[in-house]
Design a protein around this ligand. Structure first.
Ligand code: HSE
Length: 436
């Protein structure tokens, strides 16, 4: 049986999970791949902490070069994270003709196009199943299972931290700050949570998934990103009363020669299964022309779910090696020569429905003034709701619009904010109509 040697860079939570699976599932992996997967070396600056795992003959070193330059090592697994050291090491690994497996979504979203070229120039593989949605096999699904489909749209919950916080606010009526604090205490949220709660982690994943869906270059910079800091229990209570749930969604759609790419809190109908994906779970709904809707649901993070996804990449590469092939499946799902730049639709052109909440003065004529400005901007109101108590002379007024163009909505809202009918900026939450 052929032995395939593996090196890991980064012995943190996921690194420990990968080492654990390679040890604990040795027999299963051998019988499934037909290869012996030998974890030869792990490199981490911390070689002292006891990770609770018997490394056997695996070397633990502090110098990454030991792994990067080892002629025996076939596959290097990058689990350091970040975009500086990790990028340098992945480039070196590819240039040293090592296949690379990574879970690093931020790096792929920012530098993925370059890394794909480097992998191509060196005729090695770059695999990243663990980068999006943890253990959900979304990369394999898009690259392989749906190969005969045009992907028309996807909507996904890809950040467990945000989903946990929104679930807590919804269940307990607590504030965003209280829910974040609880999430941090329970280890669901980082001490520095902005990457998650401001939507950037979700955008990194959407950039990768849009590329795989449409044969386009990875494009992070044109994704519209909003986080969940501003969501209040009041908005969640209004959403509930309409039969909606608020989720931080990644939305990708193709419209002719453009793609839609946006991340923002979204109201979805409770008939949509995504509305029932709670706590830190992730899920993705993919609409494709032959399949119709396909959904995946699973743990988006955590030691063993993420390690499981890393192992699926290792097994793919090992199977390639033992069958004398490599780069069997194109890295971004399309041979590099077929990858195009597809422009992202400007948010101004987005057509959707809106939930608008104003803190309105409780005076005669205020409602007609607001609705008048909306009407002058071609925005048709579906329903108006006023409930809750007056505070300091203001009452929350909610309007649900029919489908309108984002540019019209933003213009109208600037005009409304400039009047003395409302206080502060209105809350805007887009409504996604599709029902799964
Ligand atoms: N921090 C992410 C989350 C997991 O909360 O889902 C890694 O992308």
């Amino acid at each position: 049986m052929k032995t395939i040697h593996i090196g890991i860079l980064g012995f943190g939570v996921v690194g420990t999970g990968v080492a654990t699976l390679l040890t604990r599932k040795k027999q299963l992996l051998e019988s499934r791949t037909g290869a012996r997967l030998n974890l030869k070396t792990i490199a981490d600056i911390d070689t002292q902490t006891n990770r609770g795992i018997d490394l056997g003959s695996t070397a633990l070193v502090s110098d990454a070069m030991t792994v990067l330059t080892d002629p025996d090592i076939d596959i290097i697994v990058e689990l350091i994270g970040g975009e500086t050291v990790a990028r340098k090491f992945i480039c070196q690994a590819l240039e040293n003709k090592k296949h690379v497996v990574t879970a690093n979504k931020a790096l792929l979203a920012g530098w993925g196009n370059d890394l794909v070229k480097t992998a191509r120039n060196n005729q090695v593989d770059l695999a990243f199943e663990a980068s999006c949605g943890g253990c959900m096999p979304i990369i394999k699904t898009l690259r392989e299972s749906l190969v005969a489909n045009d992907i028309t749209s996807m909507s996904a919950i890809l950040n467990g931290t945000c989903n946990y916080i929104l679930t807590r606010i919804s269940r307990e009526g607590c504030s965003f700050e209280e829910a974040l604090k609880k999430a941090q205490e329970l280890g669901f949220a980082e001490a520095e949570p902005s990457l998650d709660i401001d939507g950037h982690d979700t955008a990194h994943k959407l950039a990768i998934l849009n590329a795989l869906s449409h044969g386009m270059e990875i494009n992070l910079k044109d994704i519209h990103v909003e986080g969940i800091r501003h969501i209040t229990p009041t908005d969640i209570a209004f959403a509930k009363s309409f039969g909606y749930t608020i989720k931080l969604l990644a939305i990708g759609k193709i419209h002719g020669n453009h793609v839609e790419a946006r991340v923002h809190p979204t109201m979805i109908d409770n008939a949509n299964p995504l509305s029932h994906v709670d706590h830190s779970m992730n899920a993705i709904a993919i609409d494709a022309d032959a399949t119709g809707r396909t959904m995946l649901y699973g743990h988006g993070a955590g030691m063993m779910p993420t390690a499981s996804a890393v192992l699926s990449d290792i097994a793919d590469i090992a199977r390639n090696i033992i069958s004398g092939t490599k780069r069997r499946v194109p890295i971004l799902g399309y041979p590099e020569d077929n990858i195009r730049q597809i422009p992202v639709l400007s948010m101004k052109e987005l057509m959707t429905r809106y939930y608008l909440r104003f803190e309105a003065q409780d005076h005669p004529g205020v409602l007609s003034r607001i609705s008048g400005i909306l009407g002058e901007n071609q925005i048709s109101i579906k329903s108006v709701h006023q409930k809750g108590r007056k505070t300091n002379g203001k009452v929350p007024v909610v309007m649900i619009t029919h489908t309108a163009r984002e540019e019209w909505v933003q213009t109208a809202l600037s005009r409304i904010s400039a009047t003395d009918s409302v206080v502060g900026n209105p809350m805007v939450i887009r409504i996604e109509e599709e029902v799964a």
